[in-house]
Ligand binder design. Structure first.
Ligand code: NAD
Ligand code: UDP
Length: 321
């Protein structure tokens, strides 16, 4: 890419699972990438392979504090995403979503940057409408243990749309559904990372509840592709737009599949279902198909095999197991 066309792109939460794949994709497109992260759940290992790229920079900073940089585009991903991590310090989680959004929107306003918000299917809560379309307003418990994340992300959406209406900011709001792949944190408690690590160690696979609750899992490469397409839509398109894979399955089926694909000897054990755990989740991605020309391409077996390969290598490196 010529110097003239090279964009300066800020990725907050760039050292996290999704953020690190996004930084890679933006560099491959020929951009200058600034990753900002406080390393709460992200790690240097996720971005170590990018450090020697002269078009990549990393800054340790918390988005709860204002940031003064000159950029053309911003992807705001900074926020712990797994229930264990976002419930560890729930007050900080809400602050990160809300103060973080205020700081990032203020920056976008000053430098006139286009700004993407990593919103979430959690804005629909435990949905009473299935599959979820963008016009469904959700069913969220405002004072339960997931509220710090769900309500924080809902408030961030409010701020994005108010900055758009009031200050004419160019915004893109993507509602991300469950995503998996290499560089998930092995201890983040999310279902795919938990099951894969347990299966590789031949330890019991912990299914919460009876495992009949559903999720729809998107491979990270598919998701990152959707972010780039969304950022390139005309300014009149703001979203919110669902980004995820509509292929829905139960948690019990997912456990059985992971055991099979990893040739594991693990047995399934049933544990208590956490409170406010959504019963069903599947995105309606009609809007993403029509506006971005996007739909997921990686099927679950292929995506899981890549994830299993990643964790197998990581467990051997970290624990020599
Ligand atoms: P992750 O925890 O791996 O990444 C989040 C990153 O943000 C980490 O690198 C973390 O250190 C950083 N961070 C957290 N608080 C910060 C702060 N105050 N200042 C600066 N950096 C901070 O999670 P992920 O799965 O990569 O999620 C990325 C984004 O996508 C999050 O905003 C999350 O809410 C959203 N999302 C993810 C999923 C999913 O299934 N992975 C689903 C819906 C939405
Ligand atoms: N889950 C499970 N065992 C685990 C981890 C999670 O059965 O070891 C369940 C969890 O109760 C939920 C689903 O898997 O019903 C997805 O959980 P995750 O934390 O990955 O994402 P979220 O609930 O935020 O969609």
């Amino acid at each position: 890419m010529s110097r003239k066309n090279r964009k300066r792109v800020l990725v907050t939460g760039g050292a996290g699972f999704i953020g690190s794949h996004l930084c890679e994709a933006l560099l491959e497109q020929g951009n200058d990438v600034l990753c900002v992260d406080n390393f709460f759940t992200g790690t240097k290992d996720n971005i170590i392979h990018l450090i020697n790229n002269k078009h990549f920079e990393c800054l340790r900073q918390d988005v709860n504090f204002p940031l003064y940089v000159e950029v053309d585009e911003i992807y705001n991903l900074a926020c712990p995403a797994s229930p264990i991590h976002y419930q560890f310090d729930p007050v900080q989680t809400t602050k990160t979503s809300v103060h973080g959004a205020i700081n990032i929107l203020g920056l976008a306003k000053r430098v006139k940057a286009k700004v993407f918000q990593a919103s979430t299917s959690e804005v629909y809560g435990d949905p009473k409408v299935h599959p979820q379309k963008e016009d469904y307003l959700g069913h969220v418990n405002p004072n339960g243990i997931r509220a710090c994340y769900d309500e924080g992300k809902r408030c961030a959406e409010t701020l994005f749309f108010d900055y758009h209406r009031q200050h004419k900011l160019k915004i893109k709001v993507g509602r991300i559904f469950n995503t998996y792949g290499p560089r998930m944190h092995p201890n983040d408690g999310r279902v795919i990372s938990n099951f894969v690590v347990q299966a590789l160690l031949n330890e019991p696979i912990t299914v919460y509840g009876d495992g009949s609750q559903t999720r729809s899992f998107c491979y990270v490469d598919d998701l990152v592709r959707s972010f780039l397409l969304l950022m390139d839509t005309p300014d009149s398109f703001t979203g919110p737009v669902n980004l995820g894979n509509p292929n829905e399955r139960t948690i019990l089926e997912t456990a059985e599949k992971i055991i099979k694909l990893s040739n594991s000897k693990s047995e399934i054990v049933f544990k208590e279902l956490p409170s406010d755990d959504p019963t069903r989740r599947r995105p309606d991605i009609t809007l993403a198909k029509n506006t971005l020309g996007w739909e997921p391409e990686v099927d679950i077996d292929a995506g899981l095999l890549k994830t299993i390969e990643y964790f197998d290598k990581k467990l051997k490196e970290d624990y020599g197991s």
